[in-house]
Design a protein around this ligand. Structure first.
Ligand code: OGA
Ligand code: NI
Length: 345
């Protein structure tokens, strides 16, 4: 519990154990202004669905990242969610102590840094609240009891966020030419909520809130609030994701990259810190259940476009992914097929 950054950040200089190796440091933090993450107006789907499909598809192919506006999740739900999660992190330590755990198997827990504080080479400037959202009626009983509105507010956010995720997946289904409802059942059955809290940091140039990674799941919906901090790695450069009022950030995870047989991109991203204000983000990670089989969609592969990955259970991938954290291509390696295998056989 003492390890939580929010417990000690305001009375200590940046500890040496939080300094990243020079090659991964954010440095000056100047963000190139050229390329920006596409913003898709989902409301347009009612009038011109094919154009919206094209926008979502292009963004997923080129960036693996986009923001959505007019997405159907109300401003009130977004504000309530951000407020209740910020309130959670502001509560005195005694109120949160029972949720603190360094056991990754605990289904609802408060922890700090990244995957394993005890074994990681250096730490990250982040506290995390993570819990399952499916099946909702079972896991809601394990969610924080304080703030008292937490369960109500997050129930609504998770239901609406899931609905939005499925809407975006259906647009991608049409765009890729898959059969309607392809992602609706097993592939999107599960969902995790991860709330990240990055307290103000004494030296944002030397440390990271979250290291470079791709999300392992199907698709992620992130409420990032008003504070800058999320960056996407594109064509060898970091580009910033501008906080936009009432927008949600969407990114493609490894599962969707694999099912789409690399037609969609799972983009590398990270979070930097700032010295002025705390930043809080709330992510919904939609995925298949851990026992589901993941493989490239049959209708997207043929002799000319052989499957690039073998079939595997999601849990097999997850455990490998966590052991390879930080290295995107290595995490995918044991699941890749030699490019021309099915042409030869
Ligand atoms: C994540 C993530 C980004 C952010 O939780 O996987 O990428 O800005 N978060 O908090
Ligand atoms: Ni992420």
């Amino acid at each position: 519990m003492e390890r939580l950054v929010s417990n000690w950040y305001n009375h200590r200089a940046l500890p040496e154990s939080y300094i990243c190796p020079p090659e991964t440091r954010p440095g000056k933090l100047s963000i190139p202004s050229g390329d920006t993450i596409p913003v898709v107006n989902l409301g347009e789907a009612l009038i011109n669905r094919s154009n919206t499909i094209l926008n979502v598809l292009r963004a997923s192919q080129k960036f693996g990242f986009f923001q959505v506006v007019n997405h159907g999740v109300s401003e009130k739900v977004l504000n309530d969610t951000m407020n209740v999660v910020e309130e959670f992190f502001k509560m005195p330590m005694e109120e949160k102590a029972s949720l603190y755990s360094e056991d990754p198997n605990k289904v609802c827990r408060l922890y700090t840094s990244n995957i394993n504080y005890g074994t990681e080479k250096y730490h990250f400037w982040r506290d995390i609240l993570k819990h399952h959202c499916h099946p909702l009626d079972d896991c809601i009983k394990l969610w924080p009891q304080k703030p008292t509105r937490y369960r109500d507010v997050i129930r609504t956010f998770s239901v609406e966020g899931k609905k939005l995720g499925l809407t975006i997946l259906e647009l991608l289904t049409e765009g890729l030419g898959l059969e309607s409802g392809y992602f609706k059942k097993d592939l999107s059955e599960a969902m995790l909520l991860v709330a990240n809290h990055y307290p103000p940091c004494p030296d944002p140039s030397l440390t990271l809130g979250l290291p470079k990674h791709c999300d392992p799941n199907l698709i992620t919906i992130l409420l990032q609030g008003h504070t800058f901090g999320l960056q996407v790695f594109k064509d060898g450069q970091w580009i910033g994701v501008q906080p936009l009022p009432n927008a949600l950030v969407v990114n493609i995870g490894h599962q969707l990259r694999i099912v789409s047989n690399n037609k969609l991109k799972s983009a590398e991203h990270r979070a930097v810190t700032n010295s002025k204000v705390a930043r809080t983000t709330v992510g919904l990670f939609i995925s298949s259940s851990e026992d589901s089989i993941i493989e490239p969609a049959k209708s997207l592969t043929d002799a000319a476009q052989p499957p690039l990955y073998r079939a595997f259970r999601y849990k097999e991938f997850l455990s490998y992914y966590f052991s390879m954290m930080g290295d995107t291509e290595l995490a995918l390696q044991p699941f890749k097929l030699p490019f021309n295998q099915s042409v030869i056989s």
